[in-house]
Design a protein around this ligand. Structure first.
Ligand SMILES: CC(C)(COP(=O)(O)OP(=O)(O)OC[C@H]1O[C@@H](n2cnc3c(N)ncnc32)[C@H](O)[C@@H]1OP(=O)(O)O)[C@@H](O)C(=O)NCCC(=O)NCCS
Length: 211
């Protein structure tokens, strides 16, 4: 069996824990996915199957096996996002290429019920640090639809560099969608951790005017 660098791994910062998917995640994963169709469907890959079919408890074993197989091959490092002991999303290091390129793309989603708590930026910072550390990559890319304000905010918080505009790039929610590509290379980090960039964000104002 091939050894995938940096895998399996658990990554943690404050209340956010990233860990490999488990077969017994079926019920918790399905519950959060079923509840979030309106929140997630427009950002997810086109599928011939309905949301309910794709996200039923019974579809997890096949998906889990596929994720595990991809991790074994080293093309993907899939993580469940756990917050307060509950599965609230996923973040995947995908399209992992070694050799001269040493790059990957990262995709993520978070339960709408816990949106706005910096969970995705924390998870993204953790996996970027992992990519530049144990995984041994040089470059990380995140592709985002221009109309996805919350996700654009995630990469903005971490200071990823806007690198490209890809026309009709990915087959998402029933059509070929334009994407903005954001990237960061290892030398841009200057030996520092991405997680540190999040800590440098200005704190929330302690008060705001109300009417
Ligand atoms: C994009 C996403 C992962 C961000 O996760 P998150 O953990 O909420 O990230 P943040 O806490 O940093 O919030 C990012 C921005 O979302 C917006 N936001 C926060 N709560 C929100 C809510 N309930 N509804 C809509 N937008 C919200 C805010 O503008 C926030 O920026 P701010 O912190 O400066 O106010 C999440 O919105 C999501 O899963 N969306 C659907 C799937 C998706 O778009 N995946 C990414 C595809 S590229």
């Amino acid at each position: 069996m091939a050894d995938t660098p940096g895998w399996p791994a658990e990554l943690t910062a404050g209340p956010v824990l990233l860990r490999p998917p488990r077969l017994r995640d079926a019920r918790a994963w399905s519950e959060v996915r079923m509840r979030n169709e309106q929140w997630l469907a427009m950002w997810e890959p086109t599928s011939p199957n309905t949301w309910d079919e794709r996200n039923a408890v019974g579809s997890w074993p096949a998906l889990h096996s596929a994720l595990k197989a991809a991790a074994r091959r080293g093309t993907m490092l899939p993580f469940m996002i756990v917050y307060g002991g509950r599965i609230v999303g996923q973040i995947n290091i995908s399209n992992v290429v070694h050799g001269a390129l040493r790059s990957c793309t990262i995709g993520y989603w978070v339960d709408g019920a816990v949106a706005g708590r910096n969970i995705a930026p924390t998870a993204l910072a953790l996996v970027i640090d992992h990519c530049f550390g144990p995984v041994g990559l040089h470059r990380v890319e995140v592709d985002i639809r221009p109309e996805n304000g919350p996700s654009l905010r995630v990469v903005e918080k971490l200071g990823l560099r806007k690198e490209a505009f890809y026309e009709r790039y990915l087959d998402i929610d029933g059509g070929w969608r334009d994407h903005l590509a954001f990237a960061v290379t290892q030398e841009e980090m200057g030996g520092r951790r991405m997680l540190g960039r999040l800590a440098e964000l200005p704190p929330e104002p302690a008060w705001r005017r109300v009417r």
